[in-house]
Design a protein around this ligand. Structure first.
Ligand SMILES: Nc1nc2c(c(=O)[nH]1)N[C@H]1C(S)=C(S)[C@@H](COP(=O)(O)OP(=O)(O)OC[C@H]3O[C@@H](n4cnc5c(=O)[nH]c(N)nc54)[C@H](O)[C@@H]3O)O[C@H]1N2
Ligand SMILES: Nc1nc2c(c(=O)[nH]1)N[C@H]1C(S)=C(S)[C@@H](COP(=O)(O)OP(=O)(O)OC[C@H]3O[C@@H](n4cnc5c(=O)[nH]c(N)nc54)[C@H](O)[C@@H]3O)O[C@H]1N2
Ligand code: SF4
Ligand SMILES: [Mo]
Length: 735
């Protein structure tokens, strides 16, 4: 079998399955799927959520062998008894009638490819045999693992034992990589997740794009609401009037791609008016003189010509920022891969925070604390050392401050001759590569060069349609995972445990990894019989009470006495100078800008708009758009279009249009939302819609996919991440 056809129908599994619409809340058992009989009535199982990557603590209520309700775990620092709507809607994933139910193997019968349901033994034997052959032929490094989500930790071990370090997630080069590196270059420390920001005590919060309230990271939304309740000033910089902008003292509708100009002008005002934290900068920072000189001509008047924000507004908002310092947080954002200058923009945000003196301060950024977890006693597995470099970049390409691996880079290295050696096999755990990597057409091309593609998912996401083997994992409500130790104000260790037994023939990730390891001969990799033995072993070796962990789902330590400079903690900065670097010599020495430079973005061609995208409160990417519970609230996305432009185009709210990008890529039809709440030079849509796989019977064909319209991306020269806000689209009435 050479070329993989996109397989949507799994041989017979869905034959005749009719989709019944009009769900309310009682719809499990659709298609006559048997509901097993797990759990005991009236129990509450503490665990943590996986509807997004924030991982709040939950209480799953079990009755009649079913999960009936999911609420926030009051003992868990990230939920504090509350969940976001998606977390509550986890039941809609557990009882999604379209879940993957049995392992599927691609077979060719009579010249036609199809998926056949097979046993776990057949699927895993097939994968293990293939992996052995590939290793012999090309070496172990030719295998790449794409893994997103907490459950991927088990498969990572198998891939490392196999001899490959080629492991990556889209949550770096398509998400937060530039921000972590931008802050690290400035303060010598990265941010990670959850971000160490003390919003509750902030007096001013500035959001650069970061659209809290639509971006529903639970704890941050709670903290943001609390700060607003306490009268904090909010500044929102966004080409779109976001939910957060509705709470803002200043909404700055910036021209997309020009934030560095605004950030420089803000710093100009702080320095010119002497509003920055002079004592703090003197004590902890270097490079102020060079920065001062550089900023001389970065006036609000200059920034106006770049950003479209009036000089008076720039000055007024700068004064608001400064009046609250050091309790003034310029939020680092999270999904920051926008224009290819993203590490520099993030660095400018870090530098602005430095001038406000907010790093290491109450109401600013605090210094994280973490509980150290011990390994499982006796686990001494010796992982083989690879002699080859990680194959995530073009031969000779250097991203000097790279950080984690580039997920799109493994895709590109699948094209023969691109990287130092070729990738020949993919294992894809919990990431829908067709929706998260830029240029899905390129991803499809890359797949043609593979000898093996294994997809491990809970749903028939698009990527599974291209796999040779599809392994149905059970959901987070039906399994154990490893312990999670989080760096936070109150550092904690959390535990995931099943509320109910796995439905259908789905299996937990730990079981899949352990069984595969056995077939590959890695006997010592998982030296325990079941996950409770493993988790208990780790907990006790870490001096944590197993009983407490199991019964509460979490053990949280008290906030340490001092986590900020204000409370007496002496800061240290792990930069080459040991100080906060306002001027970066290490960037300069790598031929990069030592202070961020604003370079104007390309303009949309006539008749085109810049395509922007973001989140909606009840959905996480494309992983919830098939969830009937959550989709009752928001079943399809719309394309936001400025009212004046709509008039020019003769479009009205509700009109259905096709969206076409500069390269002729199309998506839709999608409904138009005519609004004053967006600039005329861009359009906006919520990511995660426009699914194509027929097996996603609810989500398929609803709305449009931003991913399909992102054929172009701008590579960040510092870390190699992919800026994706660089595509232009036009709208055409759908026929
Ligand atoms: N409900 C929900 N919440 C989520 C997620 C989810 O899927 N659903 N995903 C989570 C994840 S993994 C992440 S990384 C975060 C992402 O959430 P954020 O980090 O908040 O993501 P952004 O890309 O900043 O958000 C997009 C916003 O940036 C604006 N924007 C676009 N271009 C520009 C520009 O040039 N300048 C400025 N200033 N603004 C611009 C858009 O109009 C939009 O309001 O959300 C997290 N929270
Ligand atoms: N065009 C475009 N691209 C983007 C973004 C965007 O907004 N627009 N956002 C970027 C960002 S911020 C991020 S973080 C990435 C996220 O990109 P992805 O990692 O692709 O995240 P999801 O879309 O949540 O896809 C996760 C997949 O995991 C599956 N899944 C859910 N739960 C489980 C589980 O328990 N086990 C297993 N095995 N699978 C599970 C889901 O069915 C889904 O197929 O995408 C990035 N790429
Ligand atoms: S923010 Fe919402 S979806 Fe994400 S982990 Fe928390 S409850 Fe779950
Ligand atoms: Mo993300």
């Amino acid at each position: 079998m050479k070329r993989r056809e996109f397989l949507q129908i799994s041989g017979g599994t869905l034959a005749g399955a009719a989709f019944a619409s009009g769900f309310t809340t009682k719809w499990w058992g659709l298609d006559g799927d048997p509901i097993p009989n797990p759990g005991t009535d009236g129990t509450i199982v503490p665990s943590f959520c996986e509807l997004c990557f924030w991982k709040c603590g939950i209480h799953a209520h079990v009755k009649d062998g079913k999960v009936t309700k999911i609420v926030g775990n009051p003992d868990h620092p990230l939920s504090r008894g509350k969940l976001c709507p998606r977390g509550t809607g986890g039941i809609g994933l557990l009882y999604d009638p379209d879940r993957l139910k049995k392992p599927l193997l691609r077979k060719e019968v009579g010249g036609k490819q199809r998926f056949e349901e097979v046993s776990w033994d057949e699927a895993l034997d097939f994968i293990a045999d293939k992996m052995k052959t590939i290793k012999k032929k090309y070496g172990p490094e030719s295998l790449a693992l794409f893994s997103h989500g907490f459950g991927g930790s088990w498969m990572k071990k198998v891939v490392k034992a196999y001899g490959s370090q080629n492991i990556g997630a889209p949550s770096w080069a398509q998400c937060k990589g530039p921000r972590d590196v931008g802050f690290e270059l400035t303060f010598g420390d990265f941010l990670g997740s959850p971000e160490p920001i003390d919003m509750r005590n902030a007096k001013c919060i500035t959001l650069i794009g970061a659209h809290l309230g639509e971006n529903m990271h639970n704890t941050q939304v709670q903290d943001f609401a609390e700060a607003i309740g306490n009268g904090a000033d909010i500044i929102v910089v966004d080409p779109r009037f976001s939910t957060a902008a509705g709470k803002a003292k200043h909404w700055l509708p910036i021209k997309p791609g020009t934030d560095i100009a605004l950030l420089l002008a803000w710093m100009h005002v702080l320095i010119k008016e002497g509003l920055y934290d002079q004592e703090y900068i003197k004590k902890y920072a270097t490079g102020l003189d060079k920065l001062k000189k550089y900023l001389e001509d970065k006036t609000p008047e200059w920034a106006f010509t770049q950003t479209g924000i009036e000089p008076e507004k720039i000055v007024a908002s700068a004064r608001t920022l400064a009046a609250a310092r050091p309790r003034s947080i310029v939020h680092p954002g999270r999904h920051v891969t926008w224009y290819g200058n993203d590490t520099q923009r993030s660095r400018a945000i870090a530098m602005l925070n430095a001038l406000l003196g907010s790093w290491g301060r109450i109401g600013g950024y605090y210094f994280k604390d973490k509980i150290k977890l011990a390994p499982f006693p006796g686990s001494m597995y010796k992982f083989p050392k690879s002699t080859k470099p990680i194959a995530d970049r073009k031969k000779g390409a250097i991203y000097p401050f790279g950080g984690e691996s580039l997920a799109h880079g493994f895709r590109d290295a699948t094209f023969p001759g691109y990287a130092d050696y070729d990738i020949k096999a993919w294992i894809v755990y919990g990431t829908n590569l067709m929706q998260c990597l830029p240029d899905p057409e390129k991803t499809k091309e890359a797949i043609k060069h593979l000898d093996l593609l294994v997809a491990i998912d809970v749903l028939p996401a698009e990527i599974t349609g291209y796999a040779d083997v599809v392994l149905p994992e059970c959901t987070y409500l039906e399994r154990h995972d490893d312990l999670w130790s989080a760096a936070y104000t109150e550092p904690f260790v959390a535990m995931r445990q099943p509320a109910v037994k796995p439905m259908y023939d789905s299996k937990p990730g730990w079981w899949i990894a352990k069984e595969l390891a056995k077939r590959l001969g890695y006997e010592g990799l998982f030296p325990w019989k079941d996950p409770e033995e493993y988790l208990r072993g780790r907990a006790e070796a870490s001096h944590l009470s197993w009983k407490e962990l199991k019964s509460k789902g979490v053990i949280a330590k008290k906030k340490r006495e001092a986590q900020t400079i204000d409370e007496g903690l002496e800061p240290s900065f792990d930069t080459p100078t040991g100080k906060i670097e306002l001027f970066s010599k290490q960037l300069q020495e790598s031929g990069l800008d030592p202070i961020p430079v604003h370079r104007p973005p390309d303009e949309p061609p006539p008749g085109y708009f810049r395509l922007l995208y973001g989140r909606y409160p009840v959905h996480t990417f494309g992983r919830t758009t098939n969830n009937r519970f959550l989709s009752e609230i928001f079943p399809e996305n719309e394309v936001w279009l400025n009212a004046r432009m709509a008039k020019e185009l003769g479009l009205q709210s509700g009109d259905r249009v096709m969206v076409e990008n500069q390269d002729g890529r199309k998506s839709g039809p999608i409904r138009v939302k005519v609004t004053q709440r967006i600039r005329p030079d861009c359009v906006y849509m919520v990511h995660g819609f426009g699914h194509k796989d027929k097996r996603l019977r609810f989500a398929r064909g609803r709305g449009a996919s931003d991913s399909d319209l992102i054929s172009k991306s701008a590579i960040d020269p510092i870390i190699g991440s992919t800026g994706m806000n660089v595509n232009f689209v036009r709208l055409e009435v759908a026929s």
